[in-house]
Design a binder for this molecule. Structure first.
Ligand code: GLY
Length: 433
């Protein structure tokens, strides 16, 4: 009998994780908590929310899966991995202490600054008057960040001093995100294309899984509000081997050394959100998981056994890891509900999911299946991925497949993987879920 795996989460990232497990281990039995309409076609859904830690632990104690893979950051930050490991259940993801790399921007920026890892100029405040004074003393535009997880709304990219003062008040005076909003981290705003770099980590050792570029703004031309991601592609032309090596040597390696020294060794996937500035790569954020929709292009363009790689990381020995980019190209286009990331209507039937062109795959996010039909159930509904040996034909395939799928109010960007846009990304890690 094959391996039994519980995947925690419900987005496109978790769908592609399930897909990848089955690609590498066709006899695997997958459970997904809570999953979505598409995941339900390849895994058994478990009706437990990804943040219901006690319920997930109880389920795992009873069902004893061979492996648990935690998709999103929140369960890790809430201690799911620690609790499952203490029950002797093999679990992949960071401890709550290591998840601070995403869950506490103050902890992380202090750590990076101490270690000389390149980040924008940073100051931390829990007092609004001091923060206002600091803003008035700076010549630069700034980004104001809530310390904790704030549903992806805690990074405020300010275009002038007034916006910066309002951001301080929003977080420290109006306490928009409660305790998650304090302290705040104020960083100088920097500009340049962004790059998401992914590393499989076991303490201080790591293997690069690949890099991708995602598109956070809702509309073409990188306009409109930030979203969880409207598309992604890999490989990225400006991610030359020398640059990736520099990011590994100056960012990922030293960060893992520093977290281990801080008593929070990191096991899991580290996602370095890098801005390629004229002065070199700068860390604008860390995430403690695969990106979404980056996972949909990274996991479909790599060779090797993903499950073995994960087990190796849990066992603390990456020597036999064989997962690496296979040289092919993938472009992902997200189909969203009209209005996302603000208000939108759910419950529209999705048509055209069958008979996608060869080389195209549709991963589900906000979907539900009712009596064999699939309906929209969230803001980001589907990620449609085209694969080929080059970006241009992967893009053509992705859009051909994306246009074949329809639902009322469907919205997609039409410029994913358009190269001239790469210089326009300046979101400084701001995003919505
Ligand atoms: N694509 C951005 C994220 O996963 O957070």
């Amino acid at each position: 009998m094959g391996i039994t795996v519980l995947v925690v989460g419900s987005g496109g990232r978790e769908h592609v994780i399930c897909w990848r497990i089955l690609r590498d281990r066709p006899d695997a039995k997958i459970y997904c908590a809570p999953g979505n309409g598409g995941i339900g076609t390849i895994a058994t859904r478990v009706p437990i929310d990804a943040t219901a830690i006690e319920d997930l632990v109880q389920w795992a104690k009873t069902q004893r899966p061979d492996l648990v893979i935690v998709g999103p950051e929140e369960p890790s930050a809430l201690g799911l991995v620690d609790q499952l490991l203490s029950e002797d259940i093999k679990t992949f993801g960071p401890s709550a202490a290591a998840a601070q790399l995403e869950a506490s921007k103050a902890w992380t920026s202090s750590l990076l600054e101490r270690e000389g890892i390149p980040i924008p100029k940073t100051a931390i405040f829990d007092d609004a008057a001091n923060a206002h004074g600091y803003i008035d003393s700076r010549d630069n535009l700034v980004v104001v960040k809530a310390d904790g997880l704030a549903l992806g709304k805690g990074v405020l990219v300010c275009s002038n001093v007034e916006e910066a003062h309002s951001a301080v008040d929003l977080l420290l005076v109006k306490r928009k995100f409660g305790d998650a909003g304090s302290p705040i981290v104020i960083q100088d705003r920097c500009f340049g294309p962004e790059l998401s770099v992914f590393a499989l980590c076991a303490g201080t050792d790591f293997r690069l899984l690949g890099s991708a570029r995602d598109y956070k703004r809702a509309y073409d031309g990188n306009k409109g509000p930030n979203t969880g991601g409207m598309g992604a592609y890999t490989p990225v032309t400006d991610a030359r081997p020398q640059l990736i090596q520099e990011i590994a040597d100056r960012v990922i390696g030293p960060t893992l050394e520093a977290t281990a020294r801080a008593g929070a060794p990191f096991t899991g996937i580290l996602y370095a959100g890098i801005m390629l500035t004229p002065n070199g790569p700068v860390v604008i954020e860390f995430n403690v998981r695969l990106g979404d929709p980056e996972a949909q292009v990274i996991l479909t363009t790599s060779s090797g056994d993903f499950v073995s790689a994960i087990e190796s990381a849990i066992d603390g020995n990456l020597e036999k890891v064989d997962v690496a980019p296979n040289g092919s190209a993938a472009v992902c286009v997200v189909l969203a509900s009209n209005g996302y990331p603000n208000d939108y209507v759910k419950g529209h039937e999705i048509i055209g999911l069958d008979d996608l062109p060869n080389g195209a795959l549709a991963f589900h996010a906000g979907t539900e299946t009712i009596s064999g039909s699939v309906y929209t159930a969230g803001g980001r509904v589907l990620s449609v991925v085209g694969h080929s040996d080059n970006i241009d034909s992967a893009k053509r395939l992705a859009y051909q497949a994306a246009r074949q799928i329809t639902f009322k109010g469907v919205h997609m960007r039409t410029d994913i993987a358009t190269s001239e846009l790469s210089t326009l990304t300046d979101t400084n890690g701001e995003r919505l879920k």
